[in-house]
Design a protein around this ligand. Structure first.
Ligand code: AMP
Ligand code: MN
Ligand code: MN
Length: 315
């Protein structure tokens, strides 16, 4: 098996970037890569680019150095993690045009981009698991292990989703042996909600609708509700999973209006439906059981457009 080392010949400066609205796996895999380079390749100068993330991720070592604006700087290598497609990179997106070498670690079935090196395993639980495989376990510090562990926990829903494999559990066990505070990471970054998050969740559940004999559940928050609560995108994390937990549901959809007439749509499937195929019809992507896209129109336009495709799988 190859190691990250093999991509670092002659490299002095590295930019590390994840996707817009960075989730636990995105932040975990980016920070783990940063910490691995910092600990083992001190001669390399690395910058991490990430947009706004949950304050609960602040315990990760080195996260205070993360850049949310692009520095006027050239890099020898760009490392991308968990991004799925180039148009989701956000602030560091323009680096794909001007950086000579790009290394991408991913686990999105819909990633079909061209890079110098694309290491994409759609069977892997998380980008954190993929990048872990390219690290020497003996060179992973406890702080780096915490970042990888957090990434795996978030993308597996605490080892619950079908993307969890025996290999995922073996990796998690190894990280646990390094002393990661696993219970604190799971509790504080995954399960714990602010009261605002709980209110948004409660309101969405109260107003959710079920179609196709209960096999499809749809929840939504409109722009005016989000403004009323003063909520930001990370406050809506996890709502779609709770919708999916409803008995009898095959597909859960959660959408929020990020600007008038523009919805961020999250799709989750229990067993049968390939939601990445549906998200791709609307210019998005993701995984078979978890995917997303952006759609235009009213709540009812979005529902009508989605049900056109979902009907085939659910009736
Ligand atoms: P989300 O519903 O935003 O949590 O996304 C679920 C999964 O789909 C994640 O793995 C995302 O990275 C992926 N995803 C979400 N939106 C998009 C998009 N517009 N294009 C490609 N992948 C996406
Ligand atoms: Mn992600
Ligand atoms: Mn991921």
């Amino acid at each position: 098996m190859s190691r990250i080392d093999e991509f670092l010949n002659g490299v002095r400066t590295v930019a590390i970037a994840g996707h817009v609205n960075p989730d636990g796996d995105c932040v975990g895999s980016c920070m783990a890569t940063y910490l691995y380079l910092r600990d083992n390749f001190p001669e390399i100068e690395a910058d991490v680019y990430l947009e706004h993330f949950k304050p609960e991720f602040r315990f990760i070592e080195g996260i205070g150095n993360v850049k949310s604006r692009l520095l006027d700087k050239d890099y020898d290598l760009l490392i991308l993690l968990d991004i799925s497609s180039k148009d989701r990179i956000g602030v560091a997106g323009s680096l794909t045009e001007k950086t000579g070498k790009i290394l991408c670690f991913d686990h999105h079935v819909t990633n079909r981009e061209q890079y110098t090196w694309l290491i994409n395993d759609p069977q892997a639980s998380s980008a954190s698991e993929v990048v872990y495989r390219y690290m020497d376990p003996d060179k992973i510090s406890e702080k780096c292990a915490e970042a990888i562990y957090m990434g795996i926990v978030h993308d597996t829903g605490v080892f619950q989703y079908s993307c969890t494999s025996p290999e995922t559990m073996r990796i998690a066990a190894g990280l646990m042996e390094k002393g990661v505070p696993f219970n604190r990471i799971i509790d504080k970054t995954f399960y714990q909600k602010t009261s605002l998050q709980n209110q948004l969740l409660a309101r969405t559940l109260m107003e959710s609708i079920q179609l196709f004999g209960g096999k499809l559940i749809i929840g939504y928050l409109k722009n005016r509700d989000i403004s009323f609560y003063g909520a930001v995108s990370t406050d809506m994390d996890g709502i779609v999973s709770q919708l999916r937990n409803t008995a009898g549901v095959e597909v859960a959809v959660f959408m929020y209006e990020k600007e008038p007439g523009v919805f961020k749509v999250s799709l989750r499937s229990s067993e049968k439906v390939d939601v990445s195929a549906i998200a791709q019809k609307f210019g998005g992507g993701g995984h078979v059981r978890a995917a997303g896209c952006v759609m235009q129109g009213s709540v009812y336009d979005v529902i009508n457009n989605l049900t056109l495709y979902l009907e085939r799988d659910l009736v």
